[in-house]
Design a protein around this ligand. Sequence first.
Ligand code: FEO
Length: 401
Amino acid sequence: MPETFKATRISEHVWWVGAIDWSVRDFHGYKTGRGTTYNAYLVLADKPTLIDTVKAPFFGEMMARIGSVIDPADVQIIVSNHSEMDHSGCLPRTIQALRPRAVYASAMGQKTLEEHFHLGGGIETVADGRVIDLGGMGLTAVETRMLHWPDSMMTYLDADKVLFSQDGFGMHLATSQRFADEVDQDTLHYEAAKYYANILLPLSPIVKKALDKVAGLDLDIAIIAPDHGPVWRSDPGPIVELYAKWAGQEPAKKAVVTYDTMWGSTDIMARAIEDGLAEAGVPTRVMPLGGCHRSDIATEMLDAGALVVGSPTINNKMFPTVADLLTYIGGLKPLGRIGAAFGSHGWSGEGAKDVAKALSEMKVELVADPLSVKYVPDEAALGECRALGKRIAEELEARCK
Ligand code: FEO
């Protein structure tokens, strides 16, 4: 492996030994426009310990980074905080190469790893709250089930006050910088929000409980080291506060209008609805599916109180692109949103009705019946669209006070 793969020291005893994936653009349906990192950490205790591994193809990069600090054969312990394949993909190969004395995971983690890799044993379970003796320092297990998988746990290194938070507080962002304070702050904030919106939003009630649990443990946390993106040092407080805010899903005075269009009529309707919203002073993102990815729409939805979705009708159904979006967003389980459905049709007009049904199923509270217009909207129809925008604005105003 080339010498370019060096470790980065993040605290007195901890080194980042992960991998940078500059090229990934699709992470199970999430558009990773800036790539990502798979973070693994090496703790130089008396028993050198590797926390998490990386996606399988990056095994060599991780090993080279470990090798830039110690002889990899000296690693005595591996801790798997999260068994999703982006963090465990090369675990079997790592175990084979390093022959550690112990490999730890949560009880669910042990089960998941065994089922994934058919290891036939060799993973020891670590109970919630148990301290793993690394020799001269302890690593405390903090179970955080369902963040992001049932197996998930965080671990806390008391010696350096580092919380290894696996997916929590992470983001898909490939950078040359390892620390959050070194990254452009707008990019950092956007990618953190995008990660929350696309990965953790459906787990918001569990995020709240996990934040309370960690706060209740009264850990002195100086550094948060996630499994993706930069490390939060100096002051991890703001990202924790953002998580509390996002998990709260309080309605905000902002609307997302998203749609697809066949011959331009649903597009004209969307613009008229946006007119009504803008006239009433509601910041609105218009996101046509021809130019916007579902994961970017989900990101804008994170701090939007209203979700307005339009679809033409094709073969007595909503457009497939709109169905894709609604399936994706429905899975993210947004709470407390209001919304509306609209669309142009030629013959039968099921598109807007299908959208309304899907929005209702995801518990978006509809402020009006689906607004369906035949063929090209005339002035009267556009007036109805503007009125719908104003109606949504009034409802948002009432809820966001
Ligand atoms: Fe980054 Fe849930 O894995």
